[in-house]
Design a protein around this ligand. Structure first.
Ligand code: ADP
Ligand code: GLC
Length: 480
């Protein structure tokens, strides 16, 4: 098949979270399976200067209509591996920035323009390059207008650019909600600024367009596919999602073994496998050292890696701060984002430097060291469409402590409830329930053989992207 993906993040060129990992691994896997894959990414500063993009060449000079204006851009392309072409949409005014969506404090003010332009640039490039796609697959709100803009362009030019379109919701909490003033920039018909179109309580909602106008809608776990049909998790779009239930499915992400595999991982000080965990002990010692803790410490080390946001249950962790400061354990957090959360965690770490460590930045190598060096991974998300770290943790023999939501529900089993097949500890996303799970973790760790059994079962699990990609492939074929 000829498959076109478009996303605002793509590992290793631009990443803020799991979206990058998911689209990166999915596109590489499809290419390895023999499909012809094109993937579009905005030409961010970091993407253009990435060593793998060194051979990128300017392929097209494009003109994009934005309301009454016509804006130009350049489309660069390179092929990092067989069957795979990466297209970078370059317009410095929009993308020559360090971060994709905002500068930490707040979102860029021109985000609606930036991503309308991006979607239109994808359509225009598909037309100029005559890509003849079987499937166009858009991800999250940033590219949610693509399926609709594609059909509009086909109508206008009397051509077929793609057979079917797929839209994946990676997180319904971010919808791309903008003032109605941006609507004319889409050049879409006025009728579509209505309840059956992009209008949402007087504003423009990009994600709504993806859900309504793609041929198929997917999200990243079966459980989340059910959850987003409810007011509790649908973030106001549950009614819209309900109109597409017949075309909606939940497909779990995978783990990219080229990046996340303790047997081959170059970012950790020693490699290891389920049958020989001595390397994991080395990683643990190195982690303890890097955090300024006593490297001989024998109790459990808890780790957490996430964007610091409400979603990730950071407040539940903070409510249990005394567990980490008074218990016989150590706690390492890698995360940046919300200033209040960062400050609260920072305060905890400076008050208890022997027990709590905060690394307040995005650090790829540190994330691998934490996955490898910890005994437990803490992920008490309030909601979690899929979640990747609970899977990475199982692969790295780090027992995950997760809440029973979304993809966490689908990929972890509780070791106390299910003694034959449990691979982690689960709780409801509340502070007391998390406390209970943390206490259970201490008891489990004290029983070495039980802990080892849970750890081994996690390491034996198969989270391969092949399985995930095969599920998408079946969905594509079904749509076609
Ligand atoms: P989300 O996409 O909601 O952020 P996921 O669990 O799907 O959550 O994916 C998060 C990804 O981002 C993981 O690969 C994780 O290791 C990575 N990550 C999050 N915060 C950091 C950080 N501060 N430094 C390095 N990697 C991080
Ligand atoms: C989103 C979700 C996360 C998911 C990731 C990749 O960022 O928050 O749960 O794993 O997308 O699909």
């Amino acid at each position: 098949m000829k498959i076109v993906h478009a996303a605002s993040e793509l590992f290793p060129y631009m990443k803020t979270g799991g979206l990058a990992d998911a689209v990166g691994a999915l596109t590489v896997t499809f290419a390895e399976m023999g499909h012809e894959v094109s993937v579009f990414l905005p030409g961010y500063r970091g993407a253009l200067s990435h060593p793998l993009a060194a051979g990128a060449e300017r392929r097209f000079r494009i003109k994009v209509e934005m309301g009454d204006e016509s804006l130009s851009g350049d489309v660069f392309a390179f092929s990092p591996s067989k069957n795979l072409t990466v297209f970078l949409v370059v317009r410095d005014e929009f993308y020559d920035r360090r971060f994709p969506y905002g500068n930490g404090e707040r979102d860029y003010e021109d985000n609606s323009d930036r991503f309308i332009f991006f979607c239109k640039a994808v359509v225009e490039t598909m037309r100029l390059a005559d890509l003849g796609a079987d499937i166009v697959h858009a991800h999250d709100w940033q590219t949610a207008l693509l399926p609709l803009l594609l059909r509009e362009a086909e109508r206008r030019f009397g051509v077929t650019l793609a057979m079917k379109t797929v839209f994946t919701i990676h997180n319904i909490a971010f919808q791309g909600l903008f003032s109605a003033a941006c609507y004319p920039r889409t050049n879409l018909p006025d009728e579509l600024f209505s309840m059956d179109g992009l209008e949402y309580y007087g504003q423009v909602n990009f994600m709504k367009a993806g859900i309504l106008f793609a041929d198929r809608v997917t999200t990243v776990s079966p459980r989340y596919a059910k959850e987003i049909q409810t007011p509790e998790f649908g973030c106001g779009l549950e009614g819209v999602v309900q109109t597409r239930v017949d075309d909606l499915s939940g497909l779990i992400n995978g783990v990219d073994p080229a990046v996340w595999n303790p047997v081959t991982d170059k970012l950790i000080p020693a490699r290891y496998s389920a049958s020989n965990l001595s390397g994991k002990r080395t990683c643990r010692e190195e982690l303890l050292r890097q955090c300024g803790f006593d490297a001989d410490f024998q109790g459990p080390v808890f780790g957490m890696i996430c964007r610091l946001t409400e979603q990730k249950g950071v407040d539940l962790v903070l409510a249990n701060a005394d567990f980490f400061t008074t218990g016989a354990c150590r706690f390492v957090v890698l995360g940046a984002g919300d200033r209040r959360m960062e400050a609260a965690l920072g305060k905890l770490a400076s008050a208890w430097p022997d027990k709590v460590y905060l690394c307040p930045k995005h650090d790829e190598a540190m994330s691998h060291l934490i996955e490898a060096g910890c005994d437990y991974f803490v992920m008490p998300s309030l909601f979690e469409p899929c979640g990747l770290n609970q899977m990475y943790s199982q692969v790295y023999g780090t027992v995950p402590i997760v809440s029973r939501v979304g993809g966490l529900f689908d990929t972890v089993r509780d070791a106390d409830e299910d003694q034959a097949s449990g691979t982690g500890l689960m709780c409801a996303p509340t502070a007391p329930e998390l406390r209970d799970a943390l206490e259970r973790a201490l008891r489990l760790f004290a029983n070495r053989s039980c802990y080892a059994a849970v750890q081994q079962r996690g390491m034996a699990r198969d989270f391969s992207w092949r399985t995930a990609a095969a599920a998408y492939e079946a969905l594509y074929r079904d749509a076609l």
